[in-house]
Design a protein around this ligand. Sequence first.
Ligand SMILES: *Cc1c(COP(=O)(O)O)cnc(C)c1O
Length: 285
Amino acid sequence: MECWQPAASFKIRGIGRLCQHYFAQQKTHFVASSGGNSGLAVAHAAAALGVKATVVIPETTLPFMRKKISDYGATLVVCGRVWDEADAMARQIVAESEVNAYIPPFDHPTIWQGHASIVDELDHDMVKRPDAIVLAVGGGGLYCGVVEGLQRGGYEDIRLIACEPTGAPTFTQAVKRHTANSLDPNEIHTICTSLATQRVAEQALVDYQRHPTTILTVPDEQAVLACRDFLNDHRVLVEPACGVALAPIYNDHPALKDCRSLVVIVCGGSVVQFESLQHELTKIS
Ligand SMILES: *Cc1c(COP(=O)(O)O)cnc(C)c1O
């Protein structure tokens, strides 16, 4: 239930670890370029460490996400229509001073190390070893972290079910096209914004070769319905990016047929409100 982490997603595991790393190196200003959960995690980590954070966001970032980020005390800078432009600005700000540190959303070994702690905790808590772990994939930071944890713990046989939106099949295409830069912006059509990346980490392709992984693509409607079902079952609201990992369970996906015991990483996410879920549901029925 990573939805109960500070900043409401698993992101704090890896981002928090990277921020601590830079803090130990006397960096006192973290700079990020995400209006989503990773920007929120950076803002939280900076507040917890008592240092400054600047989050550069594109104009499209929703007002309630802007408020959440600035409520942590982070400085918001709005730049450009798309993430690339915001990211270029973030890197420009980083270059201005020695005390600044750039915090990427998913592509950094220290981030994967932090995410790997999920497996250490499972190892400690689980009575029974699961047959598979189901998780959502955007840029693949969570995936790389879980693979790292499984390999380190001697769990090479625990299969990963990596789920991504049909409208942003980044990992599927990266494997197919043998390149981490797998999608054009015009190939991305999904409401699961936290998973709408054009590329995966190179490491995700390496990990795909060394760890048994099944990639599933999930239509937005199924992700939204899974969010509704999860809300009804557990009284917990998660964003559609997380619904992508829940949908195969609710739909008895054939890929899970042989699994007697499963772990689902409920990655959580703040990019959802009751009204936004309701709006998406009315589009389906
Ligand atoms: C970031 C995020 C993901 C995807 O993580 P990656 O490391 O980019 O693959 C999935 N769900 C939520 C809620 C996220 O915030």
